[in-house]
Design a protein around this ligand. Sequence first.
Ligand code: PEP
Length: 248
Amino acid sequence: MAIFAANWKMHLGPSEVRQFAQRFSAKVPPRPGQRLVFFPSAVSVEAATEAFAARTDIEIGCQDVHWEPKGAFTGATSVALAASAGARCVLIGHSERRHVFGESDEDTRRKVRAVLDGGLDPFLCVGEKLEQREAGETERVVVRQLEAACDGLSPAEAGRLVIAYEPVWAIGTGRNATPDDAAAVHRTIRSVLTARGGESVPILYGGSVNQKNVQALMARPEIDGVLVGGASLDPDGWAEVVTFGQAV
Ligand code: PEP
């Protein structure tokens, strides 16, 4: 089943989300086997949950959580709070969390643990920076991030992950990995997951995916879906990405 996931970052407040949902739902009806995921800002998770309540093919996620269940962590969202607003999954280790907010591999491991323990599904992002790709370190970096985040997981827990391979140099830059480049990294990720019992875990590609390149990416059997930022913000544009990507 192909997954189309939208990361709205710091865009779309509750009323904009309601408008988006109305317009998008009219353009993309439910289809058997369709799995659509939206990651709104934390302030819009409940609005998104309500706006898409009639759609069993759509789930809402949170862009980040703290690993602690509660406490004095100003600005942070716990897994239980995310779930109470309707979130069913959480993005973990997005490159902006890693490289803008300084999150470590150990932070991502704690978050994966907390999300699984809280009954939600982790969407774990991994990806190399440009200098790492140019130094031939892509596989080493991606495997390190993956192994660190999966440390201590049982095979059943590993099986609940969704992975997004997002090369940092391709996010929001208009440059994207070629389908061949992405597929090669996805094969590496698949072999790590298989060794951990997560052989059927979906592996998404992310990084400047849009209406023009989605088909070539989705045509690769190694790519099980896409995680998209910029091209998911407009309901008409996102409807096109989903429709073109499913037509492969
Ligand atoms: C992202 O934020 O996960 C992302 C892939 O962004 P963009 O599609 O804008 O590159």
